[in-house]
Design a protein around this ligand. Sequence first.
Ligand SMILES: [Zn+2]
Length: 467
Amino acid sequence: MSVLDRVYVLSPPAIQNAMVSGYGLILYWRRLASRKHRRAMERIAALEASTPKEVERVQRRLLKQTLVHAGHTVPHYRSLFSDRGVDPEEIDTIERLRDLPILEKHEVRENPERFLSENPRGHHTINTSGTTGSPLRVRCTRDALVQNYSHFYRLRQRLGVGPHERCATFAGRVIVEPARTEPPFWRHNLVTNTILYSTYHLSPDTLPAYLERLDRQQPVLIDSYPSALGVVASALRERSDLTIRPRAILTSSETLLPHQRAAAEEAFECNVTDQYGSAEMSAFIAQCERGAYHVWASFGIVEVLVDGRPARPRETGEIVTTGFINEAMPLIRYRTGDMAVMGEGCGCGLPFMVLDRIEGRMDDILVTPDGRRVGRLDPVFKGLPDDAFREVQIAQVSPDRVVVRYVPGTRYDPSSVTSVKRELAKRLGPEVRVEEERMTSLPRGASGKIRAVVGLRAAGSDPPGAE
Ligand SMILES: [Zn+2]
């Protein structure tokens, strides 16, 4: 925990609100108050209104720009292109892009500096763990952050939500001290007019307070992890005295399951728009009003591959991405570990590639003895070195016991696992024991993937509080 985090945890809610707002002001200033952001939003909107032919032209130009930049300034790509005699100037179609090899997450994790551009305009660091559960540190430029949030705010705009309208978010940051048992389980960011609701305090006992706060807030937009949205929506269906009618609901970060969507659309009488983005900043995929998933061509190229060949319509394949927006760490043909079902087309008018469904990220959830569901655990790996763990998995073995199973990586030291355990304990609360187990390799699932999180349900027993 940083000094600031420690001060935050010890402060009363009013001070926490001020700190959340102050932090929000900094983020807001960075993301929104710039001319760049406005221009980016306009460019995205213009591309949405253009023809497939024009989209292809723009995509070819951005692809070439990305490859030339990578070939000139990124050590990994410089040697890859020279070993293979590839001239990046000549690759300007997806067909030609397929001549390049697929990039695996572990290649980046093992040698992150080989993927960093030697002349980026300012580096920032963000973290991600992705579906294999091994943290990967991705660096990005400030401009990439602007592009990323511009796509997100353009999506909000398409849904009829302005930048200052009331928003409710349910996400992975710890914003309320874990031991708190009485409301408020939320903090207010006055700058963006957003109430941040803690997902870690959602339980049958606390849900009425959440619902009543949402009812008082009447958010125009609900922006949530699917797991939290599903729980809140199911509880709201039982409360005929409350009417919460947002204009839009956005989900991201986990796979949106059909029962979660159904519960939310019924309880809030509002469509759910699901969005897929990766912390690697390589793709932006979102649903249109007809429910199809479109790949925003301004952000990058998405391939869906089955045994290395492009998937046919309705076939399930792996998502491989080539991002355009991050000059600091361009990732070309990057295997995300997520799966999607290829689409055929959509009549909505958006000129972008179509997917039927995103099937990846079926990360499981943990359930505490008091019935709280804890999902999206990526943030517990925050701040660790790239290769602290070669493999790592969080497994719930009984209602009150969670084990961190790990294979040490090249930069492992005992504080790595201590830090993960501490972050988990913060989210799971005092009733759950968090233990560690050092292994030589982790069990693989049927797909050959290591599951990042294994909940009790996955192990075959029904946890208390499960539906
Ligand atoms: Zn569409």
